[in-house]
Design a protein around this ligand. Structure first.
Ligand code: GRF
Length: 207
């Protein structure tokens, strides 16, 4: 059987990419066919390279607008024929024509959406004084951190906790949620009706 093909976009450290390399690619649940980054220094690219996954550094060129850049990025990513695109810490807002040109795109975000979209979600949660936060994996639409929710995992904020500490604890949850979401797509267990996502249980998890 041909393997489900996953493209990853990442701008930074790439710990979410690493979770997908370890939890999806190396376990044969799907194939990570390419990692592309707008940041040529992103550690994510080195992680992909070390795993034998094509790593594309595609920084925007001087004077290249957001739409033109993303047309170029879309062309490069589509050449790898992905079934799914994962935003694993990709820090640019995608223009609508990129979203329309791609297979399903999913994103991981460090808050319980729709609370605290945008930058520094852990800092926003602390500033707001919420007691519980977490991470969300969602389908990407034309908005920022909007789109139907696939998986959420929650944790309690410790009294006096810093945004850095909270973010690193949330990232542990992100890694679990992202692997579960990609496995569900690869195994055809994701259904969506009227904007609400339903993920069927993995029967192999049953006793
Ligand atoms: C994650 O917290 C993700 O939710 C956010 O950026 C961070 C990326 O972390 N959008 P990493 O590069 O995967 O380590």
């Amino acid at each position: 059987m041909t393997k489900y093909r996953v493209a990853v976009l990442a701008s930074g450290d790439g710990t979410n990419l690493q979770a997908l390399i370890d939890g999806i690619h190396c376990r044969g649940l799907a194939e990570l066919v390419v990692t592309a980054s707008d940041n040529e220094k992103a550690r994510a690219l080195a992680r992909a390279d070390a795993a034998g996954i094509p790593a594309l550094a595609l920084p925007p060129q001087a004077g290249e607008g957001r739409r033109a850049y993303h047309r170029r990025l879309a062309g490069a990513v589509k050449a790898f024929r992905p079934d799914l695109v994962v935003l694993a810490g990709y820090m640019r807002l995608l223009p609508p024509d990129f979203v329309a040109a791609m297979p399903p795109i999913i994103n991981v975000h460090p808050s319980l959406l729709p609370a605290f979209p945008g930058l520094d979600a852990p800092g926003q949660a602390i500033a707001h004084g919420v007691k519980v936060t977490g991470c969300t994996v969602h389908l990407v639409d034309e908005g920022m951190d909007t789109g139907p929710i696939l998986i959420q995992l929650a944790l309690a904020i410790q009294p006096g906790e810093s945004a850095e500490s909270l973010h690193s604890r949330i990232k542990i949850l992100e890694h679990q949620a992202l692997v579960r979401a990609v496995a569900a797509f690869a195994q055809g267990r994701v259904g969506i009706r009227e904007g609400i996502v339903c993920i069927k249980e993995d029967s192999r998890d049953e006793d």
